[in-house]
Ligand binder design. Structure first.
Ligand SMILES: Nc1ncnc2c1ncn2[C@@H]1O[C@H](COP(=O)(O)OP(=O)(O)OP(=O)(O)O)[C@@H](O)[C@H]1O
Length: 423
């Protein structure tokens, strides 16, 4: 069991979250303009994801509880073509990160330093953190006297947690630090103590049971499937209409997905022989228009049947049922009645309706005891992990959980396990 019970019953009221989720536009690099510049009175929250890093100040009271910035988790190195060099657009020793990399992406080879929620390239993460904090938030790490809270994916290797702790204290000289688990944050964001969190992001989907504030680690389930796999499958389905070659062009597949794709729900499933989706038009940057027809529904099907992309024939419904199977019988009712949906891919239209259908069907097929599910699907679910961390970092009950630089110097990296929110 993982220890994490810090949320008191009156600590916050999630219904205060009245402002709508922000819209970020990667391609123009538009950001929400508020709350930038030094604000050392509030903890800084950095939610590290496979596709994007969400960053902003902790906020407990009602009002704006969304990240102030979302930075693509991308690093770009110049492709050394003659034309790029001769036109002096780039030098071969330049590196671009985040939005700067995305803006110049036709000229760069792009790398994603986080895969399936896990950091693979620490030098690139270093560049991204520098960019996010120094350049975007206009802050020095050593000024973060109120604390730096970072998030991690469920089942993040312990050595990665240690490495992040070492980086933060030794290189960045952060005065106070802590790491919280993304799915647990979703429970904090909802002001709940128990629930089952199904998180579906860019590179990973996980199902995490939380009972009375404790993560049941042994019952966590995961699949390496997420929004990026839908993009890839969509490109495959569209290959007779358009071919996306470069990473830059592949970003358009993401855009087509976000604008056009939706998940088949009951009426489409029941009438599958006669079901004909609307034809949608999508304009490509070269002026060409393509028509999106069955692909809009076919691409996201991989979430519920991964054999479509050559995997084991499982889906998100299996993640949920397998996680429940591993939980104590007494906890199951609470968990099925508090199934919290999180992550950007869960924004696909029809997601929760289809999930409900698949869960009931799998339950019957495998003769399981879970007859009903109450799915909690909030409009801010893409940012729910950041929001939960933001609330947590400002709670009075959480304050003793910060790891100070003095404690790090006394105990070394093992302090992150001793004072961990995640055992
Ligand atoms: N409205 C939308 N419709 C469909 N997909 C969306 C929508 N909004 C975001 N997404 C997808 O959600 C994914 C990103 O989700 P999220 O921000 O939760 O991921 P992440 O935290 O960067 O990655 P991970 O949690 O996998 O490490 C992308 O694939 C993106 O295209």
């Amino acid at each position: 069991m993982r220890k994490a019970a810090v949320l008191g019953s009156n600590d916050h009221n999630p219904s205060n979250m009245s402002s709508p989720p922000p819209q970020f536009d990667y391609n123009s690099g538009r950001q929400t303009p508020h709350m930038l510049g030094s604000n050392t009175e509030k903890p800084l929250i950095i939610d590290m994801g496979t596709q994007s890093i969400k960053i902003g100040y902790s906020e407990l009271s009602s009002g704006d509880r969304f990240p102030s910035m979302m930075i693509p988790t991308l690093v770009g190195y110049p492709k050394l073509t003659k034309s790029a060099i001769s036109s002096s657009l780039l030098r071969d020793d330049q590196t671009f990160v985040g939005i700067e990399a995305l803006k110049r992406s036709p000229l760069l080879s792009l790398k994603y330093p986080i895969e399936h929620g896990i950091i693979l390239d620490w030098e690139e993460i270093n560049l991204l953190l520098d960019h996010a904090v120094l350049q975007c938030m206009k802050l020095n790490f050593s000024q973060l006297n109120s604390g730096l809270m970072m998030t991690e994916a469920p089942l993040n290797p312990k050595k990665n947690r240690e490495k992040m702790t070492q980086l933060v204290f030794e290189q960045y000289q952060v005065p106070k630090f802590q790491i919280s688990m993304q799915s647990l944050n979703a429970i904090y964001a909802e002001g709940m103590h128990s629930g089952l969190v199904l998180e579906c992001g860019e590179g990973i989907s996980t199902c995490v049971p939380v009972v009375e504030g404790y993560v049941l680690s042994h019952a966590i389930t995961r699949m390496d499937i997420g929004g990026r796999d839908i993009n890839e499958y969509l490109m495959d389905l569209l290959k007779n209409k358009v071919v996306f070659n470069t990473t830059f062009e592949r970003e358009f597949a993401r855009d087509i997905k976000e604008q056009s794709c939706q998940i088949k729900t009951n009426s489409a499933l029941i009438n599958h022989n006669t079901f004909t989706p609307d034809r949608k038009k999508y304009s490509l940057p070269d002026g060409k228009t393509i028509e999106i027809h069955n692909e809009q529904y076919d691409a996201p099907e991989i979430l519920f049947n991964d054999s479509l992309i050559g995997r084991d024939g499982e889906g998100l419904q299996h993640l949920v049922i397998k996680a429940l199977d591993k939980c104590e019988i007494d906890a199951r009712k609470t968990l099925t009645q508090n199934l919290v949906i999180a992550g950007g891919t869960s924004m696909l239209r029809g997601f929760s309706e289809r999930l409900q259908t698949e869960l009931i069907s799998l339950n019957e097929k495998e003769d399981k005891p879970y007859n009903s599910f109450n799915i909690i699907e909030k409009p801010y679910r893409r940012y729910i992990s950041w929001i939960g961390a933001s609330i947590l970092a400002s709670l009075s009950s959480f304050q003793p959980k910060w790891i100070t630089k003095n404690e790090y110097e006394e105990h070394g990296v093992s302090i992150i396990h001793k004072k961990s929110m995640i055992q």
